[in-house]
Design a protein around this ligand. Sequence first.
Ligand code: NAD
Length: 252
Amino acid sequence: MFSLSGKTAVVTGGGSGIGRAISLLFARQGAAVHIIELNTAAAQDTADEISQAGGAVQVHAADVSQQAQVQATFGAIGRADILINNAGIAHVGNVENTAEADFDRVYQVNVKGAYNCLHAAVPLMKRQGGGVILNVASIAAHVGITDRFAYSMSKGAIFAMTLSVARDYLGAGIRCNSISPARVHTPFVDGFIAKNYAGQEAEIFEKLSKSQPIGRMGQPDEIAALALYLCSDEAGFVTGCDFPIDGGFIKL
Ligand code: NAD
């Protein structure tokens, strides 16, 4: 079950956190993994681990917010059975203290970045007779986390993007879903704590962990396991849905 043998998987932001865990797991399940990353040193680190385990992997340096770079990258890869739109950035602020430049950058990476990859990957998938897309949203879009105005909005756009693509390409054999993690222990979270709570890191980490109903943060491997199911042939009946993976955050 859940074999990705013979599939080409493109993972954005595969150098860190959730994207790294997805890249490692998908390679273990037999996919040829292509990592699109700004941070090529981090991506190379993921790639080295995959190669050492006997997996197939390539790193592509690109900023997902730049359409020309993304088009050239997918042109070079030439195939995409699976696309994971994972690269994303955070921003802390309510509507009053969100500067225009910060709002624009969050949208450029989190929304336009996903669009750029879809725009490049969907024609390849159509030509191949099908494919699977998984967009990484967030519980922020479900509940509107305090002081995450631009971030929550950008992740809300992912829901509509997922539905639109799922509907438009049902007949082309392309499935499209999203996942909405609550806090997952990645460099994304560590960086947020270090930047905003210098000197109180351990205390804030504990507080954020306990703020999740299950009493801890998620682990990247737990997110990767859901991603694997959704991108496998076993999930062939699943499209146009968002899947919270949140330790009870939304409902409990
Ligand atoms: P992370 O910061 O650990 O990793 C993100 C990776 O994306 C980094 O390696 C970074 O270099 C890359 N990246 C950023 N901007 C890029 C760009 N413009 N082009 C190419 N690569 C770029 O983050 P993470 O915690 O693994 O989060 C991954 C995704 O999951 C994000 O979309 C994030 O919003 C979402 N998410 C994370 C959490 C969490 O608690 N960690 C919760 C919900 C949703």
